[in-house]
Unconditional design. Sequence first.
Length: 301
Amino acid sequence: MVILGLLSVGGCAFSDPRISGTPPTPPVEPEFIENVATSTQELQTTWATVAGLAKLDPDQPKWATMAETLEALWIVVVGPDPVNRIPAFNADIGEPATFATVEEATKDAEEALTSSRDVHREMGKTSSGMDALLWGSIAASCAQMLQGLTGSYQNPVVANQQITVTITDEESALKDLIISYDEAIFALRTSQGFSSWDIAGKLAPMATSLDRQMSRLMLIADERDIQVEAVAIYDLPAGRDDQAAMVLLRASQASVVDSAAVWLASADSGEDATNFLISASTVGLSLGVGTAQWPGFPDTT
């Protein structure tokens, strides 16, 4: 694999200028209307299951957090303009499901979240532009909640409705994503050197996961005869301790997710980009650091 060079502070992928503005709403296609109907049903069913789990097990606050996330996603999808995250008002999602045991509720929640993740992932793969990003971001949210069933899950910050992803050409978007991965790997590998044994041990597999993802991206770029050129040196924030390592992890994941979102919105097909967005959004969850997905924009916790 080609070892990429490094960026200057001015070109640092941790600061992404492509995340701005609100694009015009594209014409509504019949396929999009069908996808909205499917998404609405999937999210409502999944919310009812997770909300039922939250009602049955109030001592575990993350269930309620997941239910809030799912309801917020549902409100966006049923809104007048899902692509630009204009939500519905006075919309009633229904009542939580009823379960006898936490085990039964957790099993049903896992099945519902898996279904929602897979359905939205397939819609993202077969869509393009902001439509693809809408479905891919919901799939990523569901993937995060699936991990949260047995691990950490934090409440995502609600997106600024006037900020979204600026679509660029696919070649530039793919190049930027590769550079974001390279920078993230550099940051995490470097931070292992000044982290405590416990944190370093957790950062190592994350860096390896990013490395594997970048290897796949390099193959895609090679197949498309896209050359990625290096320009300078990456910048690292001040601090050489566990707290600094966590700052780097958070910034690295946000950078990769931002770039994956731009690629997905810019690609002719969401076939490859959807999976990268999902993978990028979940890599840091085991340490409680996640990049929350909102339809049309990757918000950070």
